[in-house]
Design a protein around this ligand. Structure first.
Ligand code: MF3
Ligand code: CO
Length: 250
């Protein structure tokens, strides 16, 4: 069952999402060679506190941090660490969410650390564009897997692969609500999209094979072949006129 949100609820989700967007932007500015992923986590936590918002991930299924910091071959759920110093040429995905006034917002970006290879930059750009191609289908004239298909076809046409094990999700009073939103699927299939649906769309895209494995820390997902991975996420609301991107900085 997909919970439709009333305009007053979407307004509260928008407030949470704008806090997420501002914090991600501020943390992104700190991404450079020499900084540790632990410092980025601490900053995200401090900024959330300042906004009187609660980091959404800390404590979620026992997740120990506020931010997910996934470097290079790490796909998602990379754990911040005092010994993980960013180096020129790395790429890093930052995934962050808050709950404010009972409603959640969730977003992710992937950034280059200093100057990175052309291939790394291409992976980042294709993943970002894939998210926007998916969002472009999020209107009442389309079905759920039209979003999935738009992402998959764009990504694969560039020779990259779509992670299967993790998916996007509905969001609202919970971080994860129905429906699950795979980043692969068949055009014209899935539930019909409706105004009032609020979705977190989040392609995770690999440079090589799509398979992932989980490290011994039981959180960090990495690519099976050790090649790079990128991740972008927006929380969006479906309106009569199309998608509204709630986590886009206003
Ligand atoms: N954006 C991710 C998600 O929606 C972040 C979850 S991290 C976790 O699933 F720690 F909360 F699991
Ligand atoms: Co999410």
């Amino acid at each position: 069952m997909i919970i439709l949100k009333r305009p007053e609820e979407i307004e509260k989700i928008r407030v949470a999402c704008q806090i997420v967007a501002r914090i991600l932007a501020e943390v992104s500015e700190k991404v450079k060679p020499g900084v540790t992923t632990f410092e980025l986590d601490k900053l995200s936590e401090k900024l959330a506190k300042k906004q009187k918002a609660k980091p959404a991930f800390k404590g979620y299924r026992g997740y120990p941090y506020s931010l997910c910091t996934s470097v290079n071959a790490e796909v998602v759920h990379g754990l911040p660490s005092k010994t993980r110093v960013l180096n020129e040429g790395d790429i890093i995905s930052l995934d962050f969410g808050v709950v404010k006034d009972g409603y959640y917002g969730d977003a992710a970006v992937t950034l280059p650390v200093g100057k990175v290879s052309e291939e790394a930059m291409a992976l980042i750009e294709v993943t970002r564009e894939a998210l926007y191609r998916g969002i472009a289908k999020a209107d009442p004239r389309h079905r759920l897997f039209d979003i999935s298909h738009a992402i998959q076809s764009y990504v694969e046409s560039h020779g990259f692969s779509v992670v299967r094990e993790f998916v996007g999700h509905g969001i609202g009073r919970s971080l994860h609500e129905s429906p699950q939103i795979p980043n692969f699927g068949k055009k014209g299939h899935g539930v019909r999209l409706k105004p009032g649906m609020v979705l977190a769309i989040e392609p995770m895209i690999n440079q090589g094979v799509h398979e992932v494995e989980i490290l011994a820390d039981n959180w960090t997902a990495v690519t099976k072949d050790g090649k790079l991975s990128a991740h972008f996420e927006h929380t969006i609301a479906i309106t009569e006129d199309g998608p509204e991107i709630l986590t886009e900085l206003e």
